[in-house]
Design a protein around this ligand. Structure first.
Ligand code: HEM
Length: 458
């Protein structure tokens, strides 16, 4: 006998409309997952929305023989900006495979090793800016790291410096914020309101982002180079399977998608700074490792694979920040078979076409898997301890063929920035009682977190 799927009590007709705040959806889902556990559902305007927040069920949903990425809600809305690009393509769109085969080789670990110096040198610019701020400064780490991320993404992947670490913010940052916030909110409003009052915001954000991309293409055409990077592949490579190249519009779609994807890294890094402040013994251990491996010299590519504790800090930060807060799954449709889908060996039963949202705030802190799930312990993310964790709690980068294509870029960037920040900067919280509260759209970040920075006191 299957069990009923838990659901918060709702209002007549309106259902659970009050249980999810449309201006902070993921925070509401985090709270619901803490209350209801591994699976729950809500009803909004007659529609059932289903959420999975336990590690074992999440792992089950990652079985690609039974389930696939569900492209719906906000992901469909952001197609206004990027059409059928990698992140937004429906399962049956051939454009996904063509773009994937063209792009993936340029984001492989070996291709990215060439980009290490660029990542590190631009990160050094931020570190030097912080060191020069003098006494009694106050920074918003998220703002600075967003700038760094856009700068490094744009240079390493598309070969142009924006020089945007200081001074006016590059318009693409606001373009990303506006387009993703609008994509999240549109499915929660009646269509007529979207059309009447909110179309302009998405339109203007899209224009900003597509202009950013078009300028990068134009810059490359005006400045021919033998640089091998993602832009080169987008403009010149052919899909080995079909022989097809990307159209001009498809190139823009893919360029725009990359900073939107990579904007998750600064969310992760900002939250990591907070975790480090709350766990000074972790900073001590991390610095012991950094000093032993790097000494007084500069961070080099060869050091990265030796920084096992820093890797543990990064993974534990991915786990506890759930910077990419979730992803959507649906049962693979079966012709002429509308029978319910069973989960947990029959414990739960869902409709054959029921989409589900995996809520990583629940999955990553599942008490069935982690002792003291809320504690920040890099050791559990190292060596055998990490290998022995169930696959379901390591889904920070999504799953299977639709797993994050920028995963290796993100790991390399996060390692560089964490290593440089921990080795060279002393952080102090502006508000020592700051408690983590997050908001965000396609990714989540600490709200109003501020810090003071100074060169490390040796
Ligand atoms: C800490 C950093 C990052 C995290 C946690 C993260 C997480 C994710 C997740 C969970 C997905 C799956 C989404 C889904 O199933 O709907 C995804 C997909 C994607 N990510 Fe990332 N991401 C990060 C960084 C990046 C970077 C640096 C890039 C680009 C350079 C990027 C580009 C993409 C793209 C294009 C997809 C769609 C892939 C596809 O469907 O084929 N992400 N990411």
């Amino acid at each position: 006998m299957s069990q009923p799927i838990p659901q918060p009590p709702g209002l007549p007709l309106l259902g659970n409309i009050k249980d999810v705040d449309p201006s902070n959806t993921w925070w509401s889902l985090k709270k619901l997952s803490e209350k209801y556990g591994e699976i729950f559902q809500i009803k909004v305007l007659g529609k059932t929305l289903m959420f999975v927040a336990g590690a074992a069920l999440a792992e089950e949903l990652c079985d690609e023989k039974r389930f696939r990425k569900f492209v719906g809600g906000p992901i469909v809305e952001i197609r206004y900006a990027v059409h059928d690009a990698l992140f937004t393509a429906f399962d049956n769109e051939p454009s996904w495979g063509i773009a994937h085969r063209i792009i993936a080789p340029t984001l492989s670990p070996s291709a990215l090793s060439d980009k290490f110096n660029e990542m590190r040198d631009i990160t050094n610019e931020l570190i030097e800016n912080w060191k020069g701020l003098g006494v009694n400064n106050k920074i918003a780490p998220l703002g600075d790291l967003n700038r760094l991320n856009l700068e490094v993404t744009t240079y390493t992947l598309f070969g142009k410096r924006l020089n945007g670490l200081t001074g006016p913010e590059h318009p693409a940052l606001k373009g990303m914020e506006d387009s993703t916030s609008e994509a999240m909110k549109r499915p929660t409003r009646p269509g007529i309101l979207n059309w009447l009052f909110y179309g302009g915001k998405l339109k203007s954000a899209t224009k900003t982002l597509r202009s950013y991309a078009a300028e990068l293409v134009q810059y490359r055409k005006d400045n021919p180079t033998d640089r091998r990077d993602l832009l080169d592949a987008l403009l010149t490579a052919k899909d080995p399977q079909t022989g097809k190249a990307l159209t001009e519009s498809e190139v823009i779609d893919e360029i725009v998608s990359m900073p939107i994807g990579s904007s998750t890294a600064p969310c992760l890094l900002t939250t990591a700074i907070l975790f480090l402040l709350q766990n000074p013994e972790v900073v001590t251990k991390a610095r012991q490792e950094l000093d032993a491996v790097i000494g007084n010299g500069e961070l080099e590519y060869e050091h990265l694979s030796q920084l096992k504790y820093i890797e543990g800090v990064m993974r534990e930060s991915l786990r506890l920040s759930f910077a990419a807060p979730g992803f959507n799954i649906e049962p693979i449709p079966k012709k002429d078979d509308k029978s319910p889908v069973l989960l947990g060996g029959g414990k739960y039963q869902i409709a054959h076409n029921q989409a589900m949202i995996i809520v990583l705030a629940g999955v990553n802190r599942d008490p069935e898997v982690f002792e003291e799930p809320l504690a920040f312990k890099p050791e559990r993310m190292m060596g055998e301890a990490f290998e022995n964790l169930p696959a379901g709690v390591k889904k920070w980068f999504g799953n299977g063929k639709r797993e994050c294509i920028g995963k290796h870029w993100a790991v390399q960037f996060n390692m560089v920035v964490l290593a440089k920040m921990i080795k060279e900067i002393d952080f102090e919280a502006v508000d020592p009682d700051y408690n983590l509260e997050q908001d965000g759209w396609f990714n989540v970040r600490p709200i109003n977190f501020q810090a003071k920075v100074k060169p490390r006191d040796i």
